[in-house]
Design a protein around this ligand. Structure first.
Ligand code: GLY
Ligand code: MN
Ligand code: MN
Length: 439
C-alpha cells in the first residue's frame, strides 16, 4: 500500500456512518444489521461453494473471511462486529480480527451463526442479508429505500477505497505481466492462467471474477472461461480479461496482444488502444456515460473503416447496427466492491433507473460521471461468427469487406480495459498508472 490506511479508514468509516444515519432515518429504522452471509451449499452434497462476503459487509471493514458474522450499527453508538469463530477442527477457523480497523468496533466473538444472530439488537432494523435461509429471530427485509440510498453513495469512492483499488490494480497488473510472458513463451491457456494466479498470489475463488484467457479465435467469446490444457499449433493473439482483489475491492483489466509476425493485427490493436485512451480522457465530471458509449461506437466505426473492414460512413455504420456486430457490449461499468458495481442506472439516491439508449441492451451504466466514481473503459472489436452471420443478411453487408473480415477471424478480437477514477480534474487511470509503475 502506498499510503497509511489507518487515517484513511477512519475517515471512510465516518462517511459510512453519516450515510447509514441518513439511510436509517429515511426508512424509519433504528438499527442497520448487515450479514457477511454464509457460503451456499452444493445440492445433495456436504460441501459448500466458496464464501464471498456481502459487499455491504466489506464496505464497513476489510474482512473477507467471516462467514456468519454481522455488523450491527445504531446511530450514535460505536458499530459492533459480531464475529463468528467456530470451534471447528475440520477447517481453518477465521483469524481473530486485527489491524488498523479493529479499534473502531466493539467486537464480540461467538462460536456459531445462531449465536451471532442472538447478539443482534432488537427493534426496528434494516436487515441487509441474503433473503433465502431463515435466520433465527431475524427478519431479513433489505428495505429498498435504505439499499437505494446506500448503493447511490457507494458510487463515490472514499480516499480509503481508492487506495485499496489502486492496490488491486497493481496486483492485477503484476499478474497480467506474467500472463503476457507465458503467452510469448507459448503456454496453453491453462498454463497462462496458472502463471497469472501465481503472480497475483490469489486463488480463483479470491479473484473478483473468473478470468478470461483466450488464445486466437477464443478472443471472440466474450466470456470465454474454458482454459484449453494444450497450446494451440500457433499463437497468433491473446486476450486476457482478469482482475485481482484487495480487501474486498476489485480491479478489472483487459489486454490484447499479437504474437510476433502478426503486424496487421498489432496495427488494429494499436488503433483500438489509441481510441481507448481517447475515451479514458473523457472520464470527467458531467460526462454522460451513455453518450460516451455512443461516441465510442462512432470512433470504432472509424477504426473499422481505416482498417478496411467497412466502406460506409461512421454515421451509417452506427445507425445500421454494423458497429454493434463488432462491438456488441457496453463501454464499461462502475466498479468497486463488486466488479460490476451497484447504482449504474440510478438517477439519484432514491432509486429508479435511467434507461439505456435504444439498441444498446448491454450497457451497464447510464449515469453522468461525477468525481469519486470509478468506471471501466473497455471498448472491444471482435470477429464473432454468430453476429457476422446476422450482419451478412442485412443490406449493410454490401459495404463490408468480407474477405478482410475473414482474414481477421483467426485472431478472435480485441478488448482493452482500464479502471478509471473520475476526479475534479483529469481522470486517474488506475490501470495504466499500475502498468507504468511496474515498468
Ligand atoms: N470482466 C468482466 C467485465 O469486463 O465486465
Ligand atoms: Mn469490465
Ligand atoms: Mn473485464
Amino acid at each position: 500500500m502506498n499510503a497509511p490506511l489507518a487515517p484513511l479508514y477512519s475517515a471512510h468509516l465516518a462517511t459510512l456512518r453519516t450515510h447509514a444515519d441518513q439511510a436509517l432515518a429515511l426508512g424509519g429504522f433504528d438499527h442497520l444489521l448487515i450479514a457477511a452471509g454464509t457460503p451456499p451449499g452444493k445440492f445433495l452434497d456436504d460441501q459448500d461453494y466458496p464464501f464471498v462476503a456481502s459487499p455491504h459487509f466489506k464496505h464497513w471493514l476489510p474482512l473477507t473471511d467471516a462467514p456468519g458474522s454481522w455488523i450491527a450499527y445504531t446511530p450514535g453508538a460505536k458499530p459492533k462486529l459480531i464475529f463468528v469463530q467456530p470451534r471447528d477442527y475440520w477447517h481453518v477457523v477465521p483469524q481473530a480480527p486485527h489491524g488498523y480497523w479493529v479499534e473502531h468496533f466493539d467486537i464480540v466473538t461467538v462460536r456459531s451463526a445462531q449465536e451471532a444472530a442472538a447478539q443482534l439488537p432488537k427493534g426496528r432494523s434494516a436487515v441487509i442479508a441474503p433473503a433465502c435461509p431463515a435466520i433465527d429471530g431475524v427478519t431479513v427485509n433489505n428495505p429498498h429505500a435504505v439499499l437505494d440510498f446506500l448503493h447511490w453513495h457507494r458510487s463515490f469512492k472514499t480516499p480509503y477505497e481508492l487506495e485499496l483499488m489502486r492496490h488491486a490494480s497493481r496486483i492485477g497488473v503484476r499478474a497480467h505481466r506474467a500472463a503476457e510472458d507465458a503467452f510469448r513463451a507459448g503456454e496453453s491457456e491453462f498454463g497462462i492462467h496458472l502463471a497469472y494466479l501465481e503472480a497475483a498470489r490469489q486463488i480463483d475463488a479470491e479473484l473478483p471474477y473468473a478470468s478470461i484467457v483466450g488464445l486466437n479465435e477464443h478472443g471472440a467469446v466474450l466470456h470465454y472461461m474454458h482454459f484449453d490444457r494444450t497450446p494451440p499449433a500457433e499463437h497468433r493473439s491473446f486476450l486476457i480479461d482478469a482482475g485481482a482483489s484487495c480487501a474486498g475491492y476489485a480491479s478489472d483489466i483487459t489486454r490484447t496482444y499479437a504474437a510476433a509476425g502478426h503486424g496487421e493485427f498489432q496495427a488494429l490493436i494499436d488503433s483500438m488502444d489509441t481510441a481507448q485512451q481517447d475515451f479514458v480522457a473523457k472520464v470527467r465530471a458531467g460526462q454522460s456515460y451513455p453518450e460516451l458509449h455512443l461516441y465510442a461506437h462512432h470512433v470504432i466505426a472509424g477504426v473499422l473503416r481505416e482498417h478496411g473492414f467497412i466502406r460506409m460512413s461512421a454515421e451509417s455504420a452506427v445507425e445500421s447496427g454494423v458497429t454493434s456486430a463488432f462491438f456488441p457490449h457496453g463501454l464499461g461499468h462502475s466498479i468497486g466492491l463488486q466488479v460490476h458495481d451497484v447504482a449504474g442506472f440510478q438517477p439519484d439516491a432514491r432509486g429508479g433507473s435511467i434507461p439505456r439508449p435504444a439498441g444498446h441492451p448491454y450497457l451497464r451504466m447510464t449515469r453522468a460521471l461525477e468525481p469519486g466514481m470509478v468506471v471501466t473503459i473497455e471498448p472491444g472489436l471482435y470477429f464473432i461468427d454468430m453476429l457476422l452471420a446476422e450482419l451478412r443478411d442485412k443490406p449493410a453487408a454490401a459495404d463490408v469487406d468480407w474477405a478482410r473480415v475473414d482474414a481477421f477471424r483467426p485472431y478472435g478480437g480485441i478488448r482493452i480495459e482500464d479502471d478509471v477514477a473520475c476526479t475534479e480534474g483529469a481522470p486517474e487511470n488506475l490501470t495504466r498508472d499500475a502498468f507504468a509503475q511496474a515498468d
